[in-house]
Design a protein around this ligand. Structure first.
Ligand SMILES: Cc1cc2nc3c(=O)[nH]c(=O)nc-3n(C[C@H](O)[C@H](O)[C@H](O)COP(=O)(O)OP(=O)(O)OC[C@H]3O[C@@H](n4cnc5c(N)ncnc54)[C@H](O)[C@@H]3O)c2cc1C
Length: 482
């Protein structure tokens, strides 16, 4: 007995789910969305909302394919780049104004480059990041506002607080529906043409972090992203890809919040040190999405992860330049407004302050002589304009001079994971033998095409592009026979 039925059933109502719904409706299908949270938006709502633009689509295909290091078939890359090049136009058709995204042009640290890894083949085909114009400090909220208003305008039934927990498969016809739990009850939802999984990654499943990413992470975004789609698809034989890949940034972790607050510096007068008081990277010139890489370091003598947490160290001049966070992103905006001078956060004890480097070191449990030496050496390099070990650019070598001095622990924190069921260029989920699982589609960060070299603004672009591909193709399936 079916509780609900539709042509296309979509699991997860974030950016990919909304795009899939709109495309399936356009193609004449009746659509039903299941969302486990009481409201939609997923990570999309909490994101920076930046999307990719392109100057030359063919070169951009080369660039993305090179970044994926052979893990993603060219046909999938090509489908992504061609379809996502339509994103600005598609959003404009919905009434949006598309403007350049400031995160690629305003200099905060670590930096989100307009085109990361610009030395790679095809990089000249990549354009600037763009966003939907709106009042949001960061654009995820404006993008989500636009998409959800558009979905509300068309006829889509959305079941909130309803978690998909099993895909129903019929041998000859493939996936024919979903079992979902809604309150105390289970409901059976029939999908006559197809099911599209758009239920995000595993940012909030610590066991999966350890298993697939090799270390624990905090997360910035939607707590509903707990890897459900991976289990649903794996249970019926889907192949998985990119499970070891994620986009992450540094965050602060305070006991008041169950999620990370995104670290960002308003000025170059800062360094990162590990737990032994040593610098370990070019702090200002590393793309902010890549910080999982240096933090995954393990001291082979002690087996300690001495960079989790690390510490950002800065001085009074830098403190006065502005908030040491990206205030508009992640869940923190829902509950806390960070100050522009960081003073309330110093009073709360979130930012440690001291008149001397030695006192600061005591507070963060680092040997004072080590930290003093690191800062003295760094300041000397600022005078010479040369950082031989980490190659920090001369114009970012700003000394840590004027006291008080400040420190905050920084942790690797997930923007999103990339892994999940493998998909082809038509957004069909593939089984372990490379064959499409009948009537099962996916889109978005669940089984993303991106691997470890993530250049930013690619996940929202993918959610919208593969959402549309999946919605159109699922709607075109033959209806299941009774
Ligand atoms: C702070 C932050 C900043 C970011 N900035 C950018 C950026 O500027 N540009 C960019 O490209 N990317 C960015 N990202 C990444 C990007 O936001 C996501 O990868 C993308 O929005 C994912 O869209 P999605 O639709 O696949 O998933 P989501 O938007 O996360 O939606 C998934 C939905 O599925 C629901 N769900 C999960 N399991 C179930 C289930 N069993 N049943 C029913 N529903 C379920 C979830 O509750 C959620 O609502 C950022 C992420 C964060 C957290």
């Amino acid at each position: 007995m079916w509780g609900y039925e539709a042509d296309v059933v979509i699991v997860g109502y974030g950016g990919a789910g909304a795009a899939a719904a709109l495309a399936a409706i356009d193609a004449g299908a009746k659509v039903l969305i299941l969302e486990k949270n009481p409201e939609g938006g997923g990570n999309t709502k909490y994101s920076g909302g930046s999307i990719r633009t392109y100057l030359d689509v063919d070169k951009a295909v080369d660039y993305v394919e090179t970044l994926c290091e052979g893990t993603t078939e060219r046909a999938v890359v090509e489908a992504f780049v061609r379809e996502s090049s339509r994103n600005p136009e598609w959003l404009r058709e919905m009434g949006a104004e598309i403007v350049p995204h400031p995160s690629g042009t305003v200099r905060r640290f670590p930096f989100s480059f307009p085109v990361a890894y610009s030395f790679i083949r095809g990089a000249e085909g990549m354009g600037l990041r763009a966003r939907v114009k709106g009042p949001g400090e960061d654009a995820g909220i404006d993008l989500w506002g636009l998409l959800s208003r558009k979905v509300a305008d068309v006829s889509v039934k959305i079941l909130y607080s309803t978690r998909a927990k099993k895909l129903l498969v019929e041998e000859a016809q493939g996936v024919i529906g979903v079992i979902a739990s809604s309150g105390e009850k289970d409901v059976r939802v029939r999908a006559k043409r197809g099911v599209i999984l758009t239920c995000g990654g595993f940012e909030y499943d610590q066991a999966m972090h350890l298993n697939y990413l090799g270390q624990n992470f905090f997360a910035f975004g939607n707590p509903g992203n707990t890897g459900d789609g991976i289990r649903l698809a794996a249970e019926i034989g889907a192949d998985l890809w990119h499970m070891n890949a994620s986009a992450s940034a540094f965050c602060y972790k305070f006991p008041e919040f169950a999620f990370g607050i995104r670290h960002s510096m308003p000025y170059a007068g800062f360094i990162y040190v590990d737990q032994t008081g040593k610098r370990f990277m070019d702090e200002s010139g590393t793309d902010s999405h890549f910080v999982w890489a240096p933090t995954s370091y393990v001291d082979t003598k002690t087996l300690q992860r001495t960079r989790i947490p690390s510490y950002v160290i800065f001085d009074e001049d830098t403190r006065m330049r502005g908030a040491v966070v990206l205030t508009g992103q992640g869940k923190v905006g829902d509950v806390y407004q960070w100050s522009s001078d960081n003073n309330p956060e110093i009073r709360k004890g979130w930012i440690k302050a001291a008149e001397s480097i030695a006192d600061l070191a005591y507070q963060i449990n680092i040997r004072p002589d080590h930290l003093q030496m690191t800062i003295a050496q760094y300041n000397l390099q600022c005078v010479g304009g040369y950082d031989p070990e980490h190659g920090r650019a001369p114009d970012t070598l700003v000394p840590i001079g004027r006291s008080p001095y400040y420190a905050v622990a920084i942790w690797p924190c997930l923007l999103n994971t990339q892994g999940g069921p493998k998909r082809n260029a038509r957004a069909q989920v593939l089984d372990v033998w490379g064959k499409p699982i009948k009537r099962l589609y996916s889109a978005g960060e669940l089984g993303s095409l991106w691997h470890r070299n993530y250049p930013g603004a690619g996940n929202v672009s993918e959610a919208l592009a593969f959402g549309r591909i999946a919605g159109k193709n699922a709607a075109a399936e033959q209806s299941v026979t009774a």
